[in-house]
Design a binder for this molecule. Structure first.
Ligand SMILES: [Zn+2]
Ligand SMILES: [Zn+2]
Ligand SMILES: [Zn+2]
Length: 89
């Protein structure tokens, strides 16, 4: 995508957008979230690190899926966990 980010982000051709604006793991346990992120490997939408359960981070570390996109309306950025790379698109 952008030069100088990381191989994971560079390999993304089309950014996956959220199918639903909710954290599916928080919905299961009746928890609240702050912001939402969409995994660019599998498309799941989960909550951010400002949320009590940090499901997007747990998913990235547990599954090995490296890159998330913001699922917030109006925000257009990608973040790679292993490379700590942040790219706006
Ligand atoms: Zn990366
Ligand atoms: Zn969550
Ligand atoms: Zn994933």
């Amino acid at each position: 995508m952008n030069a100088g980010s990381c191989a994971h982000i560079d390999g993304i051709v089309e950014v996956k957008l959220p199918e639903v604006l909710e954290c599916e793991e928080c919905v299961k346990i009746g928890a609240q979230w702050v912001h939402l992120r969409t995994c660019q490997a599998c498309g799941v939408t989960l909550c951010c690190d400002s949320s009590p359960n940090k499901h997007a981070s747990k998913h990235a570390h547990g599954s090995g899926h490296p890159v998330i996109a913001s699922a917030q309306p109006g925000e257009r950025w990608l973040y790679c966990y292993p490379d700590d790379a942040f790219v706006q698109y």
